[in-house]
Design a protein around this ligand. Structure first.
Ligand code: FES
Length: 106
């Protein structure tokens, strides 16, 4: 049974935006897409930039530094032949307008 850490209210992250939170010592980005909230590791596996400051296009976040893409729903690196750069995903729970993120990867 995963544990969850409360991070903010649902209204704190408008649709199409994201925010980064420190959860159990890890930086995790929480994204508000059209169909709900999703969370992935925030440091870009390429060179460490904060992914939440990138550009969201549908369900992909494009890093602002070298533009690598990562699936917001599945954490998959969109660049060819480098699956070792996938990022972890975390379950997001919504209860009474409050967002909580699993402290362990899915
Ligand atoms: S730091 Fe993200 S693509 Fe290079």
């Amino acid at each position: 049974m995963p544990e969850y850490e409360s991070v903010c209210r649902t209204t704190d992250i408008p649709e199409g935006e994201a925010k980064c939170f420190k959860i159990m010592g890890k930086l995790i980005g929480v994204y508000h897409l059209a169909d709900g909230f999703y969370a992935i590791d925030d440091p870009c596996p390429h060179a460490g930039a904060s992914l939440v400051h990138g550009c969201i296009e549908k369900d992909v976040i494009h890093c602002r530094i070298h533009h690598w893409g990562f699936g917001i729903k599945d954490g998959r690196c969109q660049e060819q032949n480098i699956p070792q750069h996938n990022v972890n995903t975390y379950e997001v729970r919504v209860r009474n307008e409050e967002l909580s993120v699993s402290t362990t990867p899915s």
